[in-house]
Design a protein around this ligand. Structure first.
Ligand SMILES: C[S@@+](CC[C@H](N)C(=O)[O-])C[C@H]1O[C@@H](n2cnc3c(N)ncnc32)[C@H](O)[C@@H]1O
Length: 269
């Protein structure tokens, strides 16, 4: 029996459910880099295999856009998020052009967790960029796609990354993962209004007091979007990464990267 939290894409969105259709429309697969003004082709299509270069490695993801589960497709926010990190994650000591993200992205001795990992692009990218104590999570029906892609990339990653079933707001599952985590990673996870509350509570429950959520975001559903930002506004301090700081080859108007931190508790009087 499906878990009650299992996402069911809304019927009306079925025909535009595949990632590339959602971003670009059927024929538009190019975008303009706001930083360079250059037109680039996103390496992101309906093709069964998506490749993502990260530093000196190449992640190769096999996706199934025909499945009923959205997690078996690779979604663009995960690529945009990973490439943002790829651009800024240390080590890049350069006194002439200091790195504004070197502290935020100092992964040494930190633990991370990815929510709604899908095929694993996000988690695998973060791992290659130095966040090695990491667990990728998703719902049970998506696990075969995640496991398949982790195995497929074992030669690049040198190991099979940790993965676990986690339905948002399932307290037993949350506790079994032994929070807190310094990094809670999520890409393209806001698209069903009913799952927004559980998602935000889960981020909050998993995150260390001094931790961050790193979120790749694209508007998918107006109601889910509205509720998500209302709840996040109450729960987190929100910072949006300036668009020009995204990776120039993986940036386009629709997708943003956010950093959430826990709201500071008001000092007792
Ligand atoms: C649009 S996909 C994004 C997948 C991946 N992050 C990417 O960017 O390629 C959304 C992911 O969230 C997961 N998800 C949705 N609702 C969930 C829930 N209630 N609990 C756990 N995961 C959920 C889905 O299974 C899916 O893998």
């Amino acid at each position: 029996m499906p878990h009650p939290n299992t996402p069911r894409p809304k019927k009306q969105s079925q025909s535009v459910r595949t990632p590339s259709n959602l971003i670009f429309g059927r024929t538009q697969q190019k975008h303009q880099s706001s930083r360079t003004g250059k037109r680039t082709v996103m390496k992101f299509t309906d093709s069964p295999v998506i490749e993502l270069p990260v530093r000196n490695s190449l992640i190769s993801l096999q996706q199934d856009n025909g499945s009923m589960h959205v997690g078996t497709s690779v979604w663009p926010c995960s690529l945009v998020l990973v490439k943002f990190i790829d651009r800024w994650a240390p080590p890049t000591p350069n006194p002439i052009d200091p790195n504004p993200y070197s502290q935020l992205l100092d992964f040494r001795n930190k633990r991370g967790i990815e929510l709604g990992a899908g095929c694993g692009a996000g988690g695998m990218g973060f791992y290659l960029l130095g966040l090695t104590d990491l667990v990728l999570t998703d719902i049970a029906p998506v696990m075969p796609a995640l496991k398949h892609n982790l195995k497929r990339n074992k030669p690049v990653l040198s190991k099979t990354l940790k993965h676990s079933i986690l339905y948002w707001n399932n307290l037993d599952q949350i506790n079994s993962l032994k929070p807190p985590f310094h990094y809670v990673i999520a890409a393209d996870v806001v698209y069903i209004e009913e799952t927004v509350g559980p998602l935000v509570s889960t981020m909050d429950a998993l995150m260390a007091d001094d931790g961050v959520v790193l979120l790749g975001y694209q508007l998918r559903d107006p109601e889910a979007d509205k509720l998500f930002w209302e709840l996040c506004d109450k729960t987190f301090d929100i910072e949006k990464v300036p668009h020009e700081d995204l990776h120039p080859d993986y940036a386009y108007e629709e997708t943003s990267v956010y950093v959430f931190r826990k709201k500071k508790k008001k000092e007792e009087s």
